[in-house]
Every structure is written in C-alpha cells, then in structure tokens.
Design a protein around this ligand. Structure first.
Ligand SMILES: NC(=O)c1ccc[n+]([C@@H]2O[C@H](COP(=O)([O-])OP(=O)(O)OC[C@H]3O[C@@H](n4cnc5c(N)ncnc54)[C@H](OP(=O)(O)O)[C@@H]3O)[C@@H](O)[C@H]2O)c1
Length: 230
C-alpha cells in the first residue's frame, strides 16, 4: 500500500489588501502578537514546517515554536540549489530541531551543509518552482512525516494552492493596507469564477485586531485534532 501524503495546512499573515510583505520583502511583525502565538501553536501541532528558500534568504527565520510549550517541528526548506547560508539561523540551530533541505541537481554544497548538521534529501522528479510537489510530499511521507505546515513565501503558497494538495488554508488578515507589495497568492490559472478554489467548509474568528479564516478543502482530520492539541 502507498504511504498517504501528509496532511497539508497552508498559512500566512496578510494585509487587508492581500500582501504578505512590503515591496522590499519586509514582513516581520505584520501579524499581532496573538496571531504569532497561533502560528507557533500550528507549527507545534504539525510534524514539519515547510518554507521556500526565498523566505529563508529574506527573513533568516528560526521556524521554531518558542512561544508555546511543545516540541519544535522538523524544519523543511525547498532549496533546489542548496543555497542555505551556513551562518543562517536555521543552520546554526540544528540542535534545537532538524533542518531538512529538499534539493535537486548535483547538490554541490551537500557536504558542507551536512557537516553543519542539516539533512539534504534529493527529490527526484523535482522540476523547480511551481511543480514537483507530489514528489516533495511523497519524499516527506517516506520519511514518516504525516503533517506539514506550509508557512510561505508567496511562490511556495501559490505552488501549493495550485497543486490541489492542500487540506486546509488558514489566513490571518491584519487591519493594515500596504499597497504595492508581495501578493500572498499569485496566478492560479483561474479565469472563470467557477474555477475558484472553494472550500468544503470554513470558519472565521477574531484574534486581537486580526481576523483568522480557516478553509477546509478536504474532510481529512487536522493534526491538532489527531494529537488532541489546542
Ligand atoms: N506574511 C507571511 O505570513 C509570510 C510568511 C513567509 C514569507 N513571507 C514573505 O515572503 C517573501 C518570500 O517569498 P518568495 O515568494 O520570494 O519566496 P518563497 O516562496 O519562500 O521561496 C521561493 C523559492 O523556493 C524554491 N522552490 C523550490 N521548489 C518550489 C516550488 N515547488 N514552488 C515554489 N518555490 C519553490 C525556489 O527556489 P529555487 O530558485 O532555488 O528553485 C523559489 O524561488 C519574503 O518577503 C517573506 O518575508 C511572508
């Protein structure tokens, strides 16, 4: 029997006009402190957190769940060419939580990154941005990962939403307007409204000044329910 693909939650904080960062890429502090705690709870409740190398190079994030009690997720980076800097917070905190780099090609920096404690997993059939997500999720499933929290950035969010492999989308909408900036979701090929991504169910609630919306695209059980978390 084939291992089922992991449960996938995509989540991001956005301005009222749908931007996840300013035009310079600044997104730190966009969500309220309450929303940041929610993000850390969701990180904890999934086995792995996944972001693109673009987010790592721009934000130098730690991707841990330090604001809540519980174990840190495995930190998975879609890093086609293995560009993760050795001095990044991820590479220098491997003792706090595993860092897995999913790459393709010759993996020229594999040796130095593995010496720093990162795990480099070659994904076959991984044609780069926008494609290859079944292979990415299949690789994670084969490593025993059953739930993945996708936290950005824009290209990765767009790839996942376009792939049909997302079980749940959680957006945090912040009452600010950014104008020109990095839009949360790019082209999904939607021309007619009938092609829009529509959930099976949804709910919405206030969190401090922010508004959280949860869309469920599949009937699969979400990880925090499985684990009995918050
Ligand atoms: N507000 C929020 O919640 C939030 C959260 C996270 C990030 N952000 C912001 O988002 C911005 C970064 O977004 P970004 O779009 O530039 O970068 P990104 O989505 O984090 O990373 C994109 C890169 O990931 C690699 N990649 C590998 N496989 C991919 C696939 N299947 N689909 C898409 N990408 C794949 C590609 O790099 P290769 O060229 O090496 O293949 C691609 O260039 C930053 O400004 C950050 O602050 C905001």
């Amino acid at each position: 029997m084939k291992t089922p693909l992991p449960y996938v939650t995509v989540s991001y904080a956005q301005s009222l006009d749908g931007r996840i960062a300013t035009k310079s890429g600044d997104s730190r502090g966009l969500g309220s402190p309450e929303s940041l705690v929610l993000a850390h709870q969701l990180r904890r409740d999934h086995q792995a957190i996944l972001v693109g190398i673009g987010t790592v190079l721009t934000d130098d994030p730690q991707l841990t769940c330090r604001l809540v009690q519980g174990r840190n997720p495995i930190r998975v980076i879609l890093d086609t060419e293995l560009r993760l800097p050795l001095e990044s917070k991820l590479a220098t905190t491997v003792s706090q939580a595993p860092v897995w780099l999913l790459y393709r090609g010759n993996g020229a920096r594999k040796g130095e990154l593995e010496a720093a404690g990162c795990r480099c997993l070659k994904v076959n059939d991984y044609p780069g941005a926008g494609k290859g997500l079944p292979a990415v999720l299949g690789t994670l499933a084969n490593q025993g990962v059953s739930s993945v929290f996708v936290e950005g950035g824009a290209q990765v969010i767009t790839s996942f939403l376009g792939s049909g492999l997302v079980d749940r989308l959680i957006t945090v909408t912040v009452p600010v307007v950014l104008g020109k900036g990095i839009e949360a979701v790019g082209d999904l090929g939607v021309v007619n409204l009938t092609q829009a991504l529509r959930p099976l169910s949804w709910k919405r609630w206030e969190l401090g000044p922010d508004q959280v919306t949860e869309l469920r695209f599949t009937p699969r059980q979400a990880p925090e329910e499985i684990l009995g978390g918050s």
